[in-house]
Design a binder for this molecule. Structure first.
Ligand SMILES: Nc1ncnc2c1ncn2[C@@H]1O[C@H](COP(=O)(O)OP(=O)(O)OP(=O)(O)O)[C@@H](O)[C@H]1O
Length: 252
């Protein structure tokens, strides 16, 4: 579904990630783990072309979507972000009503019929388990929701566009434990429906959630993927000693 080949990211000529090659199959959850600063966020930013708006950022290598070059499949970033959604560490709802948060991106993508807008919004809110919590206050500002509710709203906003891929950059780490658990359950329930790439510092979460894991590590000042494979196999018997001590909590 989504694959990278020798993907490298630099900022102002300094390479921070070199030759990252991964493949996430349709419906699979791929966890990206590794200590701070080894290029995990940069990797997601490159896939979602956020690097285009980061001053000094440059990307080399290939990204494929269903076997074809991502740029060919989605020449425009607007199209790309419809099919490849992104969720950030800090929930980032728009400063507008809950309903508008869901409807605005749909309108931007050409859906105008008010009945259809309402149907899709409701269905997305149900998908993230928010409908019962907010159905009587859809006109209230999204900023009045709790952090965990805001994050689920952001996930609903991405899901409303029917993406094939979701990129998640530490989606639970700013949430309280209960909200984090709910969001984790939500991600788990996406298996088979969406291809999910999730950056997490929570190794137990990576192990619980993911089908595959890629371990990033900084070597000589440059981030690389030093181990990847089926999650259980990597956690049970990592081949790289650095990875072994990281995954067992002794390093990183
Ligand atoms: N906009 C930027 N300009 C310059 N350097 C940057 C920029 N963004 C990230 N970097 C540098 O790139 C390297 C990789 O950062 P990145 O955020 O991708 O790592 P990460 O593995 O996601 O870290 P964390 O787990 O702490 O979020 C770091 O050295 C960081 O300082």
């Amino acid at each position: 579904m989504i694959a990278t080949e020798n993907l490298s990211v630099s900022y102002n000529g300094r390479t921070v990630l070199r030759d990252a090659t991964i493949e996430a199959k349709p419906g699979e959850i791929l966890a990206l783990v590794g200590p701070s600063g080894c290029g995990k966020s940069s990797f997601l930013a490159a896939i979602n072309r956020l690097t285009e708006i980061i001053p000094g950022a440059s990307v080399r290598g290939r990204i494929r979507f269903d076997g074809r070059e991502l740029e060919t499949v989605f020449p425009s970033s607007v199209d790309l972000r419809r099919h490849v959604g992104m969720i950030f560490q800090q929930p980032n709802p728009f400063a507008m009503s809950i309903r508008r948060n869901l409807e605005l991106p749909l309108r931007e993508h050409g859906i105008r019929d008010s009945g259809e807008l309402r149907r899709i919004a409701e269905s997305a809110l149900r998908d993230v388990g928010l409908w019962d919590e907010v159905s009587d206050r859809l006109e209230q500002s999204a900023l009045e929701l709790s952090g965990g509710q805001q994050q689920r709203l952001c996930i609903a906003r991405a899901l409303a566009l029917k993406p094939q891929v979701l990129l998640m950059d530490e989606p639970c780490s700013s949430l309280d434990p209960l909200s984090a658990e709910r969001v984790e359950q939500l991600i788990d329930s996406m298996r088979g429906q969406y291809t999910v790439l999730i950056v997490t510092h929570n190794l137990a979460q990576a192990r619980r959630l993911s089908d595959q894991v890629a371990v990033f590590w900084t070597q000589d000042g440059v981030g690389r993927i030093v181990e990847q494979g089926e999650t259980e196999a990597v956690f049970n018997a990592p081949s790289n000693p650095i990875v072994a001590s990281y995954l067992s909590g002794r390093k990183g």
